[in-house]
Design a protein around this ligand. Structure first.
Ligand SMILES: [Zn+2]
Length: 265
């Protein structure tokens, strides 16, 4: 069995084909696909997709790329929706949240502050409900870690991880797993491949970030969660491990990072 810990099945690229895409992944033994929300307007969509497809679950959160148009009242709405979703077995985490200091429009001082406000407040919601978080970390490792040291959330996943060995180790020490996906299939992605091959086995989870971050054999077409086993094969090669072992340990790690997901098995 396999778990895709990060997939945007509600993205426009999948319009009208969401159920077929989830089913195609199930046929490849992808037993769970976690669908993070990105802004208040898609909370209902990810929840509905997770209820319609037996191999899907969801998270609720406001993504840094959607912070510019978000309003502070969205945080109160998130808290309300999370409180209600605690009754829902398909709801597994707070996400996708984080900081993006790569996109130029998000780098101005006021926008950095707004991002940090939303990130900080969403970490507090995660702590209040004892929920793990799905983190978007882009050119922001140190700031992301600064808040994690202050606000004690019960771990989660640093999605599409790309940082130094030292930063990776700090995430691991704080109880986080590192998400690896299509980026690691490119031979020029030296640092990501090195991390994937050297990080402790218990820190690795797989993800697609579909429809984005397509692996080499799909690029430049859209990525889908059915690619997880083949992405897992690349991880197996990088770690001189067997496919079965990678499937087992990445699934086990995903359930450890997202304990509510375990109730669905
Ligand atoms: Zn994402």
């Amino acid at each position: 069995m396999w778990i895709d810990t990060h997939c945007h099945l509600d993205a426009g690229e999948f319009a009208g084909e969401e159920d077929a895409v989830a089913l195609a992944a199930a046929k490849e033994r992808v037993s769970q696909i976690v669908l993070p929300a990105v802004h208040v307007n898609n909370f209902a969509t990810v929840a509905e997709l997770a209820h319609r497809n037996t191999n899907c679950s969801y998270a609720l959160g406001i993504h840094p790329l959607f912070v510019p148009q978000a309003e502070e009242s969205d945080l109160a709405l998130l808290r309300e929706k999370v409180a209600a979703a605690m009754e829902d077995s398909r709801f597994v985490a707070i996400g996708e949240i984080g900081l993006d200091f790569f996109i130029p429009a998000l780098r101005s001082e006021p926008m950095r502050e707004k991002q940090e406000l939303f990130y900080n407040e969403q970490l507090k919601i995660a702590r209040a409900f004892d929920l793990p978080v799905l983190l978007h970390v882009r050119r922001s490792q140190d700031q992301i870690l600064k808040y994690l040291r202050r606000i004690d959330v019960p771990g989660g996943i640093a999605h599409a991880f790309n940082g130094s060995d030292q930063q990776a180790q700090i995430f691991i020490d704080l109880g986080f797993k590192l998400g690896f996906g299509g980026a690691m299939t490119f031979t020029r992605a030296l640092q990501i491949r090195r991390l994937a091959s050297t990080m402790p086995a218990e820190s690795l989870v797989l993800e697609t970030d579909a429809p984005d971050i397509s692996p080499t054999w799909v690029h430049p077409e859209r990525n889908t969660p059915a690619e997880i086993p083949r992405i897992g094969q690349v991880l197996a090669e990088l770690r001189s491990s067997s496919l079965e072992e990678i499937a087992y340990l990445t699934s086990r790690n995903a359930l450890e990072a997202l304990p509510r997901l375990a109730s669905l098995f």
